[in-house]
Write a protein of this length. Structure first.
Lengths: 67, 250
């Protein structure tokens, strides 16, 4: 049982290492989904939010890490 | 579905490079086990891990066809973003000297020391524990390989090329590793993780966008553009956060 729990933890760890970082990526995806729903006439807008948001999260998290 | 070089090459190289990293990590643990307890528990554990992995793929693989394409793209895209950006973040911090580099030789030494310590306390159970360590390493690292293959290949008919890339990497590492009988410490792991992190993050943005119905300009070619942007952002982040100790080093 303990081994199974450890394996499950390690599996979750494949995707979530820093909780705040993972949460920020989730927020960006949700924002992009909202933009896709609201601005359906301009579908590329959701893509821009997604791309810029992900780059911003990466850059922001790494620089925040060293503050 | 027509396969083009621009769609096949990124998928195959992402699968190959990420599998290379995972295979090196799995090999390090299997070699640790083999060094302390011999090839029998290491080999049995590794084979059991591979068998479990094959069962998981056979059981879950057919389910992929039943998931609607947009939902599959969105789920895989988000998982790829989490997985790829996690790798890229760590690779940036390692390249900048904020986090120590992953050292396979050190991992090997730590692994063997831990197994020897266990041997002193539980000598009779050690073969079982050693086999379990090899099993777990093979299963977990193998699952990462399977995930990457599915993520970059599913939905575009690229599962076979991506699988070939992954299998080639695993075969290469296994052949070299078992020939030299020591961990592949000279593999530039952080450079590989940096490259793979950039590629998987680019795939993640592409798939998530596709799942949300975004019509990317240039279609598959957009992945290369995203990769370039992630690379520029990552290199800029390394320069910005590089610690003074790393800066001073030759």
């Amino acid at each position: 049982m303990k081994t199974l729990i450890n394996i499950f933890r390690e599996l979750a760890g494949l995707f979530i290492d820093d909780g705040l970082f993972a949460l920020a990526i989730g927020v960006v995806v949700v924002l992009a989904a909202i933009v896709a729903a609201i601005a359906s006439a301009v579908p590329i807008a959701a893509g821009v939010v997604l791309l810029v948001g992900c780059l911003g999260v990466l850059f922001g998290n790494v620089t925040w890490e060293t503050v | 579905m027509i396969m083009t070089w621009t769609s096949v090459a990124p998928a195959v190289s992402a699968a190959f490079l990420s599998s290379l990293v995972e295979a090196v990590e799995a090999l390090t643990i299997v070699l640790s086990v083999a060094t302390v307890r011999g090839w029998r528990p290491a080999g049995l554990g590794a084979l059991a891990g591979l068998a479990s992995l094959a069962l998981i793929v056979l059981a879950l693989g057919p389910l992929l066809d039943r998931v609607p394409l947009h939902a599959l793209q969105l789920i895989i895209g988000v998982l790829l973003l989490l997985f790829g950006m996690r790798w890229l973040r760590k690779a940036i911090l390692r390249a900048a000297g904020v986090v120590p580099l992953h050292d396979e030789a050190l991992a090997f030494a730590t692994g063997t020391a831990a197994l020897r310590e266990q041997a002193r306390h539980h000598n009779t159970r050690l073969d079982w524990l050693a086999g379990l360590a090899a099993y777990k390493a093979m299963l977990l690292e193998g699952l990462e390989v399977v995930f990457v293959v599915i993520a970059v290949g599913a939905g575009r008919g690229l599962l076979v090329p991506a699988s070939i890339g992954a299998l080639a990497a695993c075969a290469l590492v296994a052949a070299v590793g078992f020939a030299v009988r020591r961990p592949l410490a000279r593999v530039p792991e952080n450079t590989l993780k940096f490259t793979v992190g950039v590629m998987l993050s680019a795939f993640g943005v592409f798939w998530t966008g596709e799942g949300l119905g975004v019509p990317w300009p240039g279609e598959d070619l957009a992945i290369l553009g995203f990769a370039a942007l992630f690379l520029i952002a990552a290199l800029a982040a390394v320069r910005l956060v590089r610690s003074p100790a790393v800066e001073a080093a030759p």
